[in-house]
Design a protein around this ligand. Structure first.
Ligand SMILES: Cc1cc2nc3c(=O)[nH]c(=O)nc-3n(C[C@H](O)[C@H](O)[C@H](O)COP(=O)(O)OP(=O)(O)OC[C@H]3O[C@@H](n4cnc5c(N)ncnc54)[C@H](O)[C@@H]3O)c2cc1C
Length: 328
């Protein structure tokens, strides 16, 4: 089977960060496994590409194409314009991978329109088919069914990949060759600027990067009881999460939501407190290494995915856990 040339969208962890985001490193791991000896490249928009080239190289990229832009630049319009120019000048890669992030979705959608090629979205797995083609696997209906889709005839094949679908792995490669990515004509959309950013305040690890996640659901009874969840998370050095039910009820902000329409998490330990285990919640956490559930209903669906289940009242179990941890 012939080698594949794969390009990966490398995003910075934050506008003022020199490090690449976890999803970028996940995409590089996916690209390496699918390149069949071909070349893996990355492209990024940001202030500087120097540190990113080192990181991208350590994760297997031979080249980092960097489009210099200030922190107020919207990545989607300028990136799609630059890539369509690059592909017109030098030819498109076989495969293009974007993460399912705000900028990734924006850039992939715009590029799809510019190049008149479709995008396979929401992919959690990339599969080699027997005929040598590549397919994207997308969970639908709250993760109860998988749809496998491949391109009939498109180049580049653009996939939008969900975070936590692949495991990043540094392979100790040399720094990627840093090449300037020439801007294209972004037209009117290139005029848009980011005029402000709201950063949710918080201490401790980020929800989608934490090794331990403690999440609460409607079983907590009332908003004030979420403090049990946050206290337990803090004692375990983890992050707090929530179901959509309590986000919609206004108990915690949307940034806490785990699930189909929230964040996808894959911690070492996920503790679900007063959560029924609806499929829309499960798709966001079922790949956690160890799942612990506390629910007073022994038939709650969450116990179907739990490694350890505690049938009990969260108002009794959580204070005991907190007390025990504090005593240690
Ligand atoms: C399109 C769509 C997208 C969605 N996206 C998401 C999503 O991203 N994330 C998400 O979470 N949901 C999502 N939902 C909602 C989802 O279907 C469920 O409604 C939601 O997850 C339920 O939240 P819950 O488990 O907190 O509440 P409930 O389903 O009401 O469950 C509460 C649980 O607490 C238990 N309980 C009650 N009292 C106690 C107690 N004292 N001690 C211990 N246990 C107790 C009960 O036995 C029950 O199992 C989505 C729904 C739709 C239609």
């Amino acid at each position: 089977m012939s080698a594949r040339r794969i390009q990966v969208h490398a995003e910075f962890a934050a506008p003022d960060s020199a490090s690449l985001s976890p999803i970028s490193l996940e995409l590089l791991a996916a690209a390496r496994s699918l390149a069949r000896g071909g070349r893996v490249e990355a492209f990024a928009v940001g202030v500087s590409g120097d540190a990113a080239a080192v990181e991208a190289g350590a994760h297997g990229a031979a080249v980092l194409r960097h489009l210099a832009a200030d922190a107020e630049t919207m990545a989607g319009p300028v990136l799609s314009a630059a890539l369509s120019k690059l592909f017109a000048d030098e030819g498109a890669p076989d495969v293009l991978l974007f993460g399912t992030t705000y900028d990734g979705r924006d850039a992939a959608g715009r590029l799809s329109a510019r190049l008149d090629v479709p995008v396979i979205t929401n992919v959690t797995e990339l599969q080699e088919l027997e005929d040598g083609s590549l397919a994207g696997v997308e969970p639908i209906f709250g993760g109860t069914l998988n749809v496998t889709t491949r391109f009939a005839d498109a180049r580049p094949q653009i996939f939008l990949v969900r975070p936590k679908s692949f495991t990043p792995e540094a392979i100790g490669g040399a720094a990627a060759e840093l090449v300037a990515l020439a801007p294209g004509d972004a037209g009117e959309s290139g005029v848009a600027r980011i005029v402000g950013r709201q950063v949710a305040e918080g201490t401790g690890p980020k929800l989608d990067e934490a090794g331990v996640v403690v999440s609460g659901g409607r079983g907590l009874g009332e908003a004030g009881n979420f403090s049990l969840v946050s206290e337990l998370a803090e004692l375990l050095g983890g992050a707090s999460g929530a179901t959509r039910a309590i986000v919609d009820a206004g108990w915690v902000p949307y940034s806490y939501q785990v699930g189909q329409t929230g964040k996808v998490v894959k911690p070492d330990v996920y503790i679900a407190c007063g959560i029924s285990g609806a499929t829309q919640h499960l798709v966001g956490m079922k790949n956690s290494k160890t799942i612990v559930a506390v629910n007073k209903d022994p038939d709650a669906p969450i116990f179907g995915v739990a490694d350890l289940g505690i049938v009990g009242d969260v108002h009794k179990v959580l204070p005991r856990l907190i007390e025990t941890l504090k005593a240690r």
